[in-house]
Design a protein around this ligand. Sequence first.
Ligand code: HEC
Ligand code: HEC
Length: 238
Amino acid sequence: MKKLLVFLALPVLAQQLDTGKRIFESQCALCHGPDGSGGRGPNLRKAKLKNAPDEDVLKKVIVDGIPPEMPGAWQLHPAEVTATAAYVRSLGKLVVEEIAGVPAAGENVFANAGCVACHIVNGKGIANGPELSAIGSRRNAKHLRESITAPNSFLPDGFQILEVTDAAGRISKGVKANEDLFTIQLTLSDGRHASFQKASLKGLRRITGQSTMPAFNSLAAIDLDNLVAYLVSLKGAE
Ligand code: HEC
Ligand code: HEC
């Protein structure tokens, strides 16, 4: 009798994984990669997911998302949520991401290449770019590598770049730090802050697809590998 049940359960499971795969490819792959290995969102091909330790939490993450970066799939039917969760778990049984570099060596590269001038890690550094203390739990290695060599490829929320032309025609470009009805504050690429009266500006342009982070293209391959390994190791407070 037990054997028969197993035979009956198998096709149902296969069908559920099929449904989950279909949903994953249409709604999750954009950020987590077609094979779940990550991109803008973290790699899901892991046995343990930090933000989804068990089935119930995993389902809740799928439905509610993780603000502000992951949207919830609230429109899914509960059976579809279960199927998607089962598919995500099946990914975890597959291979883990292989990283060539050595995190400790990457930490030195991070300090020497000047990354600390714009990024905070565990309370140290300057906040001209996003805090990176937990970046390794949010992005995969491929995305991190691209963030270093081609920063324009993706700008995370909160890093909107503006170009203002003041009354004298001088142009300043920087990350928007603050804006109210009358003034706008920018953080310039050298870390200085500048405040402008909006009424006096000749021009205000919101720039998309251009980062204030310089592209680090001339790092030695080994330094880049180590740097990526270091960033991947930054998982935040467990
Ligand atoms: C717009 C991009 C985006 C989409 C679409 C998206 N996610 Fe995410 N997801 C993220 C990001 C970014 C995180 C990390 C959030 C954080 O930790 O702050 C995340 C986190 C997760 C986590 C937790 C991972 C961990 O290591 O704990 C799971 C599980 C997950 N997503 C599953 C899904 C599923 C399933 C779908 C489709 C129904 C989906 N995501 C759609 C961006 C996305
Ligand atoms: C002049 C300031 C500046 C310097 C120097 C700088 N960054 Fe950035 N970085 C930024 C800004 C601003 C962003 C957000 C916009 C973007 O993604 O391009 C960013 C984004 C990133 C991201 C992506 C974060 C995410 O949420 O996806 C990573 C990873 C990163 N930087 C790593 C580095 C490393 C490693 C170095 C040193 C080799 C470095 N940065 C040097 C300003 C800087």
